[in-house]
Design a protein around this ligand. Structure first.
Ligand SMILES: Nc1ncnc2c1ncn2[C@@H]1O[C@H](COP(=O)(O)OP(=O)(O)O)[C@@H](O)[C@H]1O
Ligand SMILES: [Mg+2]
Length: 447
């Protein structure tokens, strides 16, 4: 007999934990407003500490939201931003009886007979579930990512919480209008529930990166995958941060492989992996090539947007303001005045900086804080003076990819001629070709 009560209480505990997080967020929001309007001097450090404890080791959908929030200055004070950046993945695992019941629901009563072996202990935590290592009857090692029940409501709750934080932010700060950011996050987080879609994206990525011999993507085992279970070939690898002190050649090659893993799909197909989190890639035995995992947050852009990204590059290269304005419009920014354009250019010059100079260089200055945070603060302050901007939806994950990768390159102390790697990618760029390639692969993968 399965111990239903015990399972229920584990689930209860998990949900209570979500409640606690939400409570802490609401408390935080209230304190922020208090500080702003009433001049109450809150003890930020202490509260960040409290928040950290409430968040515990939870790795929920909220974590991604928190990490994105951390890149919008003033949405969270820097102490909180740091806290969110440090969140680790250690959700309380589902016990074996619970796993068995969930697996039965996904693959039927005889589910165990479909595996040669299925490990009872989870091998890793996932944001909406957990990953078990298993072996197929062919002897293939696989990863089974099994979703927790009720994640739908957890995500809805997080999004409501986020809306509250954004609306409080906008009440006292007009630098950024967040409506589109929320819409974009909501769309991606809801998609993340759909493991069938994620399995399709995984196969799509395997195809797009087929010619990248140093980037590996898991293969999907269709007959062992459902709406809430993804089975894929197990890819062995080491944590990227284990390579912080590796020889320069290894660090640079790993960085280059990551760069191509992100930007080959973008510049060839207009598609980006929206979650450059450290757990989503690993380094293989050769200490050079990489595994790319986790296709739960994939953004497909309108082809013109890719043109806009390249246009902005050319505009910055040539100091061509009219071209920059046109590029921002293609990105989806509306009614920008000259000062706003100048302000956005500060951000763009920071993000594009490494690819504007034809020389071997680090990605940026080494700081102790969050990559880009100081420039973001500067830009934010200027926007408050010259008038706030509405961030287009496309901006959200493009920006996140650049910041996330940039921060890894910084950790790796990678020194590369980014200009060359980038220019090789966009050499001969043709919008019509991209449009055709994108529509072909989307239809081939029934997307
Ligand atoms: N195919 C795989 N091979 C090896 N490990 C995997 C594989 N898929 C997932 N994992 C492990 O499980 C963790 C969570 O999986 P992931 O797909 O990233 O879930 P989430 O979308 O919740 O972040 C990964 O960080 C990794 O450690
Ligand atoms: Mg992941």
């Amino acid at each position: 007999m399965e111990k239903r009560d015990e399972e229920q209480s584990t689930l209860g505990g998990r949900l209570a934990r979500y409640g606690k997080v939400s409570g802490a967020m609401a408390g935080l929001a209230a304190k922020l407003v208090g500080e702003k309007y009433l001049g109450i001097d809150i003890k930020k450090d202490e509260h960040a500490q409290e928040l950290m404890m409430a968040l515990g080791n939870l790795k929920g959908p909220l974590m991604k939201v928190g990490q994105i929030l951390a890149t919008i200055p003033e949405a969270l004070p820097s102490e909180y931003a740091q806290t969110f950046q440090q969140l680790q993945s250690n959700a309380p695992p589902m016990g074996w009886p619970f796993v068995r019941r969930r697996m039965k629901a996904e693959l039927g009563t005889d589910w165990q007979s479909k595996f040669a072996n299925f490990e009872k202990e989870a091998a890793a935590a996932a944001s909406l579930g957990q990953v078990h290592k298993a072996t197929t009857h062919d002897g293939q090692a696989i990863a089974c990512k099994l979703q927790y029940p009720d994640m739908h409501s957890a995500i809805e709750a997080d999004l409501r919480q986020l809306k509250l934080i954004f609306s409080l932010y906008e009440r006292y700060d007009k630098a950024i209008q967040t409506e589109n950011i929320h819409a974009e996050l909501a769309a991606r987080l809801k998609e993340e529930l759909d493991y069938k879609l994620e399995a399709k994206y995984t196969s799509l990525y395997a195809h797009m990166l087929d010619n990248e011999l140093n980037v590996h993507v898991p293969g999907i085992i269709d007959e062992l995958s459902t709406d809430r279970l993804i089975s894929s070939t197990w890819l062995d690898g080491n944590k990227i941060l284990d390579y912080k002190d590796a020889p320069a050649e290894q660090r640079n090659t790993i960085a280059m492989n990551l760069f191509r893993a992100w930007y080959v799909p973008f510049y060839y197909y207009g598609i980006i992996h929206g979650d450059p989190h450290l757990g989503n890639y690993s380094v293989r035995k050769d200490d050079l090539s990489i595994n790319l995992l986790d296709f739960g947050c994939v953004r497909i852009f309108p082809p013109e947007f890719v043109g806009g990204v390249i246009d902005l590059y050319k505009a910055l290269q040539e100091n061509d303001t009219a071209r920059a304005v046109h590029a921002y419009e293609t990105w989806g920014f509306e009614n920008l005045n000259n000062e706003q354009v100048e302000t956005l250019n500060i951000w763009a010059r920071f993000l594009y900086g490494p690819i504007l100079e034809d020389k071997v260089r680090p990605i940026g200055e080494v700081t102790n804080g969050i990559y880009g945070r100081e420039i973001a603060e500067q830009v934010h302050k200027k926007l408050r003076e010259v008038g706030g901007v509405k961030v287009p939806r496309e901006f959200v994950f493009m920006d996140r990819a650049a910041l996330g990768l940039g921060s890894v390159f910084l950790h790796l102390k990678a020194e590369i001629n980014w200009y060359q790697v980038f220019n090789e990618l966009i050499d001969g760029f043709d919008l019509a070709v991209l449009e055709k390639k994108q529509s072909e692969i989307l239809s081939n993968f029934s997307l």
